[in-house]
Design a protein around this ligand. Structure first.
Ligand code: ZN
Length: 480
């Protein structure tokens, strides 16, 4: 395996050296002849690394983002049209140590450390070892570090890129570890674990004021979009929600900035006084959350919001070509895909079938509320009137079949692998009329797609494992 890895890495650099100059060939070949580690030295080293991660997204989601963006907002989708098309493209398998299906903690741990861990564990191997995370390695290498997410900042993905815990649910412990690690930029939701116990909305068990503690370390603090836009310092703590930030469909733009706005602010802060460069992780959590709810419209808007952030990163790379951009996900959520289906159950013949197309996509485009928000508004005991009112107001053109309506009012699940009762049933309503069906409300084993542009991008080409992603990342951060 080791030999195989190195052989793969050797090919691109040698070819590049041949093209550039004879001297380059001599250097590269001399390196090959001496030790097995030498080919690594020929890999181009980035100064800055920006990892953009859409939680829960892989090829089916990326392609949905691409054609929906083209049809409904007449905009190119930079993830596929630029990064995947012009950069190095790879796939990676995702299983954790203890199953085939991965959770975000185990997947991000592998991508951050290069080691497999069990599900729900944050960068601690099954034998109990805390293995170095990408952000720890970056910090030790003199790079500045930043984490941006639409989830809570202590959620599985940013946590596993930085910290350690036996359980991803050790939220207070994770926040305390952030203070010790001191990321230059930390942005997202999750103010609840930063406020002292007794404050409205606080979930801390102690009286520590973590916002004040970050301020004492020199961080500017932003609590809404306007404060984020006016922040000028090199260090920034942004907390825009008590819990997760909202779905794009429900977001109040004055209270919560977009992923693109957070990315722009993070890049502005991180590029100040950074002779050794920086490593920035930008996560949009909502393709995963929308997948769990089986909410195709929310997924679509989340993918667009994520892609707008990719465009910000690409613009930064245009001005700073020594930057490596990596666009990826951590696993697939929802077993999602448009398909064809019978219009009703009167006949299963092809004549009574529709194939998902532009008109069905346009129906998704007319939805104006997330299924999660509908669920919240309906409360624990949904009433028929409230349901009809919300559907007629926010789901123009959709009809709720009697079987689904009855299940919603009785709160009956579709199947054992559908755990979000009301959103999953409304997701099925949307699927029956648009063809955007879901196979589960959980994660699946689909390999993730990795697109990379810039120095070191070639390492990510081909079919690999998510631990290889972590190994490449460490190597590029450490300049090896
Ligand atoms: Zn998930």
């Amino acid at each position: 395996m080791r030999f195989f890895d190195q052989t793969l890495i050797l090919i691109a650099p040698v070819r590049r050296a041949l093209a550039v100059a004879f001297a380059g060939v001599v250097l590269a070949l001399a390196g090959c002849a001496s030790t097995g580690d030498s080919p690594a030295k020929a890999v181009q080293q980035p100064k800055n690394i920006i990892i953009l991660l859409a939680d829960g997204a892989t090829s089916t989601q990326w392609d949905f983002g691409r054609y929906s963006s083209r049809v409904l907002r007449q905009l190119p989708f930079a993830t596929t049209d630029v990064v995947f098309k012009e950069g190095a493209l790879g796939l990676a398998s995702t299983p954790p140590s203890d199953a085939y299906v991965v959770d975000s903690a185990a997947s991000a741990s592998a991508m951050s450390t290069g080691h497999k861990v069990n599900n729900f564990v944050v960068a601690v191997t099954p034998d109990g070892k805390s293995v170095p995370t990408a952000m720890e390695v970056a910090k030790a290498s003199g790079k500045r570090i930043g984490l941006v997410t639409t989830a809570t900042v202590y959620d599985a993905t940013p946590a596993a890129f930085s910290l350690h815990a036996q359980s991803r649910d050790n939220s207070q412990r994770l926040v305390d570890q952030y203070l010790a690690l001191e990321p230059d930029v930390l942005m997202g939701g999750g103010a609840d674990y930063f406020m002292p116990a007794g404050t409205a909305g606080s979930k801390r068990k102690d009286g520590k004021d973590m916002i004040a503690a970050f301020r004492a370390k020199g961080h500017a603090v932003a609590r809404n979009t306007a404060e984020l836009k006016s922040a000028t310092g090199a260090k920034l703590l942004g907390l825009f929600a008590h819990d997760d930030m909202d779905f794009e469909l429900d977001r109040d733009p004055a209270r919560e900035p977009t992923t693109a706005e957070m990315t722009a602010a993070a890049l502005k802060a991180l590029s100040q006084g950074s002779p050794n460069g920086f490593v920035l992780l930008v996560e949009n959590e909502n393709p995963d959350s929308a997948g769990h709810e089986n909410d195709a419209a929310s997924l679509m808007h989340a993918l667009w919001a994520f892609d707008d952030a990719v465009k910000v990163a690409l613009e930064f790379r245009r001005r700073n070509p020594d930057t490596l951009i990596i666009v990826t996900g951590d696993h697939e959520t929802g077993g999602f895909s448009p398909t064809y289906a019978a219009k009703d159950l009167s006949s299963l013949s092809r004549r009574n079938r529709f194939y998902s197309g532009d008109e069905h996509l346009r129906m998704l485009g007319r939805i104006t509320m997330s299924l999660s928000a509908v669920n919240e508004k309906l409360g624990r005991k949904p009433s028929g009137e409230a349901l009809d009112e919300l559907l007629s107001r926010h789901f123009q053109g959709f009809r709720l079949d009697p079987d689904l309506r009855e299940m919603i009012l009785k709160r009956q699940t579709l199947e054992r692998n559908f755990s979000r009762v009301v959103p999953n049933l409304l997701g099925r309503m949307v699927a029956r009329q648009t063809g955007y069906y879901w196979g589960t409300s959980g994660h699946t084993t689909e390999p993730i797609v990795i697109g990379a542009m810039g120095p070191g991008a070639e390492l990510f080409r081909g079919y690999q494992d998510n631990t290889d992603f972590g190994k490449h990342l460490h190597r590029l951060i450490q300049g090896k």
